[in-house]
Design a protein. Sequence first.
Lengths: 150, 203
Amino acid sequence: MIQLTINKKSYNVEVDPDTPLLWVLRETLGLVGTKYGCGVAQCGACTVHLNGEAVRSCVTRVSRAAGQEVVTIEGLSENMDHPVQKAWLELDVAQCGYCQSGQIMSAVVLLRENKNPTDADIDAAMAGNICRCGTYLRIRDAIHLAAKMQ
Amino acid sequence: MKIIIITTILFSTIIMMGSAFDKEPDFKKKDITTYEPAKKNRAESVKAFMEVYKVLMSPRCLNCHPAGDVPLQGDDSHLHAMTPQRAADGKGLYAMKCSNCHQPANTPGLHMPPGNPNWHLPPADMKMVFEGRTPHQLAKQLVDPKQNGNKTLEQLLEHAQDDLVKWGWEPGEGRTLPPLRYDEFVKAWTTWIEKGAYAPKAK
């Protein structure tokens, strides 16, 4: 039995400790906002916060998250009113949307640590999140907008 | 009589070798500038360093001691995909911190992210660059506390036991090992330092 705290809610899950956190989120707990992209920590679609850091849940064993604070896209805000979410909606960032929960989770860490990022800061922070639709310019604009909103 | 003498000599030699092996090296002096190894020998020290150099220039060591601020990757030491940045503490930046992908242990599978609890580059204020260094430059750099992470020779000796150094010999599937075995590396590293930590001549 592994005890997890996800989005401030406590869960006890019966899974192999080596199971990727992403599998537990999606398959065991039904939190499907976090996406499976590559499975090898190359695309960023599975990004969630573990103690505030933007970890790739596809390669993070659930045992690493035991007793720690996990936040997924579902727990980022209660009413989808986090400044980053609002900016994303305002600028209609998503195209297909598959990568966007990971993009948002990474952007939140950037803005927590850098309140007013430059384009270069954004590019450095977001380089681990791939978007096949190529929404990078809208992502960059939305991060600037979110910086003003927060 | 001859046999007794030979046996005695052999037995004494074995005892002496054993006691020397068991004895803790005498590296009490913390100040690198006054450190005086008892067994200085330039030729042996330099010869050992050239073995050490082969290991330090192998991808398993070199890739995290890059000349730039992006780690290297793979046996061909190409720039790390996604170009993660060093940052001040060497542990990455914003959503691109090393431990976001690099777990406390290697992730199983071919070319999956390697892991260690302390995965990092050297910090920005002391980059400890290996890439592009000649044997002369690297040896000089390694014994200079202003360039080696403020390490004394004693601490340099201990550094061979560091878990992240040892990771080089357990790098996960699909990665070549350094050209020396770990015990051979430690022996060469120790010999280089104990014999005087000499640098090969600049060419």
